[in-house]
Design a protein around this ligand. Structure first.
Ligand code: C5P
Length: 228
């Protein structure tokens, strides 16, 4: 299928990250990676040059193997994104990156000795925020917001803080979001235009997101790069 995204280089992060306490224990979250994979597959079918950086997931995919790099931690995900971001036209930050990581990762399995023990955590790198700072006007980025409350206000704050062009809003309810095959989204753009969609399969949602990116990228079509 011919599309505006043909040969555009698109970086996508997907899935959860694991933050290790020791070699066999980690903190993670419920993300299945289904939404990010559906987006990557849809964009690949539209002819885009897709690079998927995936956290640990349990999914099969139609994407060619060489298009996927598997990582475990947020830090590894950031390092992999560094390799691609600067030559990317569009970056889609779909991963549910863990916000915190253990202050210390033990190299050996932690023994159970005391009745109580506490865990010290430190903030993880915010991948989308870091790339939002260096993004040029020839690049677009899309983020995701999964909120339980004040979804619009929180999404708007994220869009601005992380310098996204579009943010996909969803909420974690019974039949949508994390782990499910369906999702109900709204897309908020930088110019504060909002598009609401019905509950759909993640594959259909991925098509809606691809269309939103194509519509939005129309504004980029006539931009001339005079930075040489
Ligand atoms: O976790 P949060 O709700 O702030 O995530 C919003 C967006 O930022 C998502 O698109 C997510 O992929 C991205 N993010 C990231 N690195 C983080 C946290 C979030 O890229 N450490």
């Amino acid at each position: 299928m011919e599309s505006k995204l043909k040969n555009k280089k698109i970086l996508i992060t997907a899935g959860p990250t694991r933050e290790y306490l020791d070699p066999v224990r980690y903190i993670t979250n419920e993300s299945s990676g289904k939404m990010g994979y559906a987006i990557a597959e849809t964009l690949h079918e539209l002819g885009a040059d897709v690079y998927l950086i995936s956290g640990p997931v349990n999914l099969t995919t139609t994407l060619p193997k060489e298009k996927i790099t598997y990582v475990k931690t947020a830090n590894e995900m950031y390092q992999e994104c560094q390799k691609h971001f600067y030559s990317t036209n569009i970056a889609i930050f779909c991963a549910a990156v863990a916000d915190y990581t253990p202050k210390i990762t033990s190299e050996i399995k932690i023994k159970k000795i005391d009745d109580e023990c506490s865990l010290e955590l430190k903030k993880n790198i915010d991948i989308a925020y870091e790339f939002g700072k260096v993004k040029t006007r020839f690049q677009q980025s899309i983020g995701f917001a999964l909120e339980t409350n004040d979804i619009l206000a929180n999404s708007k704050l994220k869009l601005e803080k992380k310098n996204f062009d579009l943010i996909v809003m969803n909420s974690p309810t019974l039949d949508q979001g994390f782990g499910h095959d369906t999702n109900k989204i709204s897309i908020l753009s930088k110019d504060m235009f909002i598009d609401n969609f019905a509950l759909k399969t993640k594959k259909e949602v991925a098509v809606d997101i691809a269309n939103a990116i194509m519509d939005y990228s129309r504004a980029f079509q006539n931009l001339v790069d005079l930075s040489f």
